[in-house]
Design a protein around this ligand. Structure first.
Ligand code: 3PG
Length: 307
């Protein structure tokens, strides 16, 4: 019988696991659960026996992939697949997929929630400010960016976006102001919301030269990846710009130093929680399960990311 492993150190909501189980068992497959594991060795030990695996931010590294002697498919239930060693998977003929768009509303809601939290002085009881009329720059206009724009427009924000891969008309038809360079985006907006993936082009790309272009007061929101920021430059921004605030769902490497010195302008979720809603877990988890069933039974490779 085909075995499907769900390996999640940050588990899906029980209701989503129920849905995943149903999709897997209805296909006549067996579900194996590895939740809340604390060492990569546990993941390596569990993979040996299975044909398919569903992960979240769990690391499908070379060691895991090599231990997967029967492994045919890895599905990242979510958007970013920087946690999968794609060359290792490809060299073993293993298909890697993501589930684009399935958790994007949840992440977008968190981004806007962070903006409100910032505008209201981290709920400190003093007089704050409103989002209406403020300029928001969306850095990358994919599924999450698009949802951020939709919600931000509901708040009455003036929304701008930069994305070199999305045609200008597609951005403009959402009532979002298209900008042709990333420098213009940072130079125009008091709020910047990051939605770029972490890859060789984007890692460390949000640096001092870019951030320092932001008009005061500047607020950077990161519900994307920690690696896209240059952390030394981030610290320099805090040091040089009293008006700069950073709210993030992904921990910077120098979190302790920033927290010790700039607590009033910094917030980091205790655990990455953008996609941590029942709805997003159901959408992404069940999509992942169905993609596996469709691949094993019909060879469907839609959403393959290592072509
Ligand atoms: C994603 O890439 O889909 C998001 O960052 C969510 O990640 P998570 O599944 O680890 O919460």
């Amino acid at each position: 019988m085909t075995k499907v492993l769900v390996a999640t150190d940050k588990p899906f909501a029980p209701v989503a696991v129920k849905g995943i189980r149903k999709a897997i068992e209805n296909a006549g497959f067996e579900l194996v659960l590895l939740e809340n594991y604390t060492s990569q060795e546990e993941f390596v030990a569990a993979i040996g026996d299975v044909e398919a695996v569903i992960i979240r931010s769990d690391k499908a590294d070379k060691q895991v992939i090599e231990a997967g002697s029967k492994l045919k498919i890895i599905v990242r239930a979510g958007a970013g697949y920087d946690n999968i060693d794609l060359p290792a998977a490809t060299s073993k003929g293993i298909v890697a997929m993501n589930t684009p768009g399935q958790n994007s509303n949840a992440v977008a809601e968190l981004a806007l929630g962070m903006m409100v939290y910032y505008a209201r002085g981290f709920f400190n009881g003093k007089s704050g400010s409103e989002l209406m009329g403020k300029k928001l720059g969306i850095h990358a206009y994919g599924y999450v960016g698009k949802n951020v724009a939709r919600i931000a427009k509901g708040f009455g924000m003036e929304v701008y976006a930069f994305d070199p891969f999305i045609p200008r008309e597609e951005i403009a038809k959402d009532g979002v102001k298209w900008l042709g360079t990333v420098e213009e985006l940072y130079g125009t907006c008091n709020f910047i919301s990051l939605h770029i993936p972490a890859n060789s082009q984007t890692k460390q790309s949000v640096n001092y030269s870019l951030l320092s272009k932001m008009p005061a007061p500047a607020c950077l929101i990161n519900t994307a990846r920690a690696e896209v920021i240059n952390d030394a430059d981030l610290l320099k921004m805090f040091q040089d710009r009293k008006d700069f605030a950073y709210l993030t769902d992904v921990e910077p490497s120098n979190k302790a130093e920033i927290e010790a010195n700039f607590k009033a302008k910094f917030f980091c979720t205790p655990k990455k929680s953008g996609a941590q809603t029942e709805e997003a877990n159901i959408n992404a988890g069940i999509a992942a399960a169905k993609q596996i069933v469709n691949f094993i039974n019909n060879g469907d490779r839609t959403f393959q990311v290592n072509k």
